[in-house]
Design a protein around this ligand. Sequence first.
Ligand SMILES: *[C@@H]1O[C@H](CO)[C@@H](O)[C@H](O)[C@H]1NC(C)=O
Ligand SMILES: *[C@@H]1O[C@H](CO)[C@@H](O)[C@H](O)[C@H]1NC(C)=O
Length: 199
Amino acid sequence: ALLDTQNLLRAQITNFTFNLGFSGKFYHTGTQEEDEGDDCLLGSVDEFWWFPHMWSHMQPHLFHNESSLVEQMFLNKKFALEHGIPTDMGYAVAPHHSGVYPVHVQLYEAWKKVWNIKITSTEEYPHLKPARYRRGFIHKNIMVLPRQTCGLFTHTIFYKDYPGGPKELDKSIQGGELFFTVVLNPVSTWSDSSNNDEK
Ligand SMILES: *[C@@H]1O[C@H](CO)[C@@H](O)[C@H](O)[C@H]1NC(C)=O
Ligand SMILES: *[C@@H]1O[C@H](CO)[C@@H](O)[C@H](O)[C@H]1NC(C)=O
């Protein structure tokens, strides 16, 4: 379905490519159908872009020191190398944006050491809301892009279950906040799709 959607979008947007975050620890830990989905994705590894998201989806600020962070990052890198996932894209996203702002120095150091990260993003600088005031910054030579949100979270799987009712989502799309986010921003940096983050 991702590939079909990517091709559909490519008819309108040259070279549109999904950028998929991965937490290798959860590979093949789902139902049989989900595990087959994992294999399907990795079978098309060259069709997508990929970014490291943390081996076990653990939040970087919970690590006590840089060496334990580095160790976890290497597990995800090993996973990438074993599955043909490119490791030189230079972009990463921290689970729940933890450690990006406010800055957790160990995260920046570990990212540079293991992945040579040059770019990340957060929705927290300088504040989460109002969204239009989010800005980028540079710390330790890593560029932090202001991240956009669309109000659609991974745990909302069904249209009818949208918080506040489907009407709320429709309002946002039909001339509301989401509409203006797309209209007014020449460049968009959207969130990844792992646990508790946004689609
Ligand atoms: C699209 O991708 C191809 C292959 O990587 C590249 O040669 C081309 O310049 C890209 N086009 C645009 C508009 O980015
Ligand atoms: C780093 O933290 C881990 C626990 O998070 C601990 O086991 C380890 O001893 C610590 N290493 C150093 C060098 O402080």
